[in-house]
Design a protein around this ligand. Structure first.
Ligand code: ATP
Ligand code: MG
Length: 275
């Protein structure tokens, strides 16, 4: 497998360097998104500029969200700003917010002004939440249905929302006031009778996080409850967003390395005198 992988990688590299656009696209897009990112970060600036030219904004967005956050702003600097804005518009809002948090303020403002209006609004909204709280790591692309709908109607709704939803694994059920009153998994939906109302099949014992909750506590909730996503609500129980388990994995990694540096810092400076 490894040899095959290396041969493929070399071929992609050759075609990119020789500007064989179609071949490059076909072979590159055949790679797993994570491998695409690995390939990307190993390229020279010249080859990176080719990649920006050969891929579409949504294909580039996929690469950018897999790259170490510290390095991402530099890539956006070398792209044409209009392309950069399109790439940022294509990615899930929470990923774009993560990148914006690494950029200079002026840069953020200039991107927001040329970005797709709707995407920019979404991001501005998310940027208002305190860093490291549920609000700052949630995404607003979730599947919401109403309790008076039948499972058949919910399935139809799911079909419409699925292309853009961060996860289609859970459907969040709202009442007339858009308050979160229930949840059901895709499995629950599929096994229920088509004519059943959602309120009859949904689970009403909802585990939710408040929008101001600290990310470390949220990570603990994921460990405890084993859900693939958790809903985020305001104090009136309106559904604002969801946090998925892959977002939380990033948080756990971040927190672990912070704890580690703290530990290392203490052993450097606060070492007791051995005299
Ligand atoms: P699987 O086989 O993948 O486990 P599942 O239907 O059991 O399928 P789980 O992710 O294990 O899915 O969820 C178990 C149950 O918990 C589902 O019925 C789901 O509706 C419910 N659930 C999901 N999210 C929440 C939540 N935030 N609070 C309370 N219950 C939830
Ligand atoms: Mg289960």
């Amino acid at each position: 497998y490894e040899e095959k992988y290396k041969a493929h990688w070399d071929k992609v590299y050759e075609d990119l360097s020789n500007e064989l656009t179609d071949n490059f696209r076909e072979e590159f897009l055949d790679m797993h998104p994570y491998d695409q990112s690995l390939f990307f970060i190993e390229q020279s600036k010249e080859n990176r500029m080719r990649i920006y030219a050969y891929l579409s904004p949504d294909e580039l967005a996929e690469i950018m969200i897999n790259i170490e956050l510290d390095n991402t702003p530099a890539y956006f600097k070398e792209m044409n700003p209009r392309l950069g804005a399109m790439v940022l518009s294509e990615m899930p809002a929470d990923d774009a917010v993560d990148i914006f948090n690494e950029m200079d303020k002026e840069e953020v403002v200039s991107f927001l002004t040329i970005m797709d209006k709707e995407a920019a609004e979404e991001i501005k909204h998310l940027l208002h939440y305190e860093e490291k709280t549920a609000g700052s790591i949630m995404t607003t692309e979730f599947v919401a249905v109403y309790k008076s709908q039948t499972t058949e109607q919910a399935m139809q709704q799911l079909k419409e929302d699925a292309p853009d939803a961060e996860t289609i694994y859970y459907l969040y059920v709202l009442d007339e006031d858009k308050r979160l009153v229930g949840v059901l998994s895709l499995r629950d939906l599929i096994v229920a009778d088509e004519k059943t109302k959602l309120e009859e099949v949904m689970s009403e014992k909802i585990v939710a996080v408040s929008v101001a909750k600290d990310q470390e506590e949220i990570a603990q909730m994921f460990r405890d409850y084993d859900f693939l996503a958790l809903p985020v609500v305001d104090f009136q129980n309106h559904l604002l967003g969801i946090i998925t388990v892959d977002d939380i994995l990033d948080v756990m990694e971040e927190e672990a390395s912070e704890d580690f540096s703290k530990l290392a810092g203490i052993s450097e400076t606060d070492r007791p005198n051995d005299t």
